[in-house]
Design a protein around this ligand. Sequence first.
Ligand code: NAP
Ligand code: HSE
Length: 429
Amino acid sequence: MQTVKLAIAGFGTVGTGLARILEENEEIIFARCGKKFVLSSVLVRDVNKKRDYLPGPDVKFTADADEFTSNPDVDIVVELMGGITVAKDIVTKALEAGKHVVTANKHLLAVHGIELFEIASRNKVGLYYESSVAGGIPIIQSIKESLAGNRIKSIVGILNGTANYILSEMSTNGLEFDTALEQAKELGYAEADPTFDIEGIDTAHKVCVLTRIAYGKDYPLDELPVKGITEVEGQDIRFAREFGYRIKLIGQVRDVGGKLEAGVFPALVKYTLLLARVGGNYNAIRVEGNAVGPAFFHGQGAGSLPTGSAVLADIMALAKTSTPDNTGFCNAPIKKADILAPDLATSEYYFRFTVQDKAGVMAALAKCLAEHNISIAQAVQKDNPDERDIPVVFTTHKASTKDVKAALAEIDKMPFITRKTVSMRILKG
Ligand code: NAP
Ligand code: HSE
């Protein structure tokens, strides 16, 4: 019986999840893979920290990264610590030493992935990352293997469990944003820096990873338009419901006539779409291929066991192959994509203006929008005699990002506007 030795860098939410599954599912893992996986060493910050789960006494815990990386008696290094400095060093050293690497670290991949893929390719080893996107959902393998014969037309997804948990709790249980975020942190969904979750940065990392696996091309992180959910208020969630939508944080990439259009943004999603029904820490991804048509993937996007499950799938896949393909394009170098200028993207929109309730406001708003080629689809003003400032909500027909930016810049300077306007895209199909 062949034994595969694992070293895990990081033994927090995901690391402990992986170790638990290795122990609890030992039998099925062996039956499917024909190999025994042994955890030999673990790197943590603090070896004395009290942990919910501890593996057997043979597993060596260390806080010394040099000691961890210099151990030659390891087949696969599993990076589950996060961050892009120490993690990059550990991954690079492991690949250079001819060891396979499995990582859940989308931040590392988005920023340094192309360089790391080159190092892996040079050393003829695997760098696998199923768990880096959408937690337990097998989306990387599905695009790389099961949809390999398709040209991918679009990928639209809810890719962050924390943001989805917050929006769901605000919508269904009326929780405040901050309370829901605290709960997501306690449940182990949030990043070490939760601003990554709520500002859309984590989703952006995942869009970069998905773009590469779907198109074999890079949409550089620093060029990706990214907007998170911090502007979303309870009243937006209520207005959205009234119009037949749910608010979701969306990450997407699409092929528009050979150019890639991508971005991260909160959107009003038509309640009849499957994406609108995705609640809690769940993620969902709609991939449209030119042969398969639309395919929908749904599952837990964060958390200890779901993410551990995806990490383990990579470990088992690497243990079974002698020719790992890390990029899904035969390890060919990843070049920059031909990008559609973000200002040219078009969408229907939701605007919530906060205005003083006085004559001429509606007319001024409508005039400005018309001057920027933006046509109004619906308009709602809620009268509230107790409030000086009231919300006015418009939905629009399709407009370009460029026109929307220009119109809102003008509107937000108008004397009757009392707060910055909230704008979100609308997804209907
Ligand atoms: P976590 O709970 O914060 O655990 C991080 C672990 O790494 C801890 O054991 C910590 O040691 C160790 N660590 C961090 N920096 C270190 C350093 N400089 N030197 C040595 N050890 C260090 O994080 P997590 O939620 O498991 O996430 C791990 C990775 O998986 C991240 O890249 C994250 O983005 C990704 N991910 C997470 C989820 C999720 O649901 N949580 C899902 C998908 C992907 P101590 O225990 O001693 O502090
Ligand atoms: N913080 C991430 C999320 C973890 O909430 O989705 C999974 O990548």
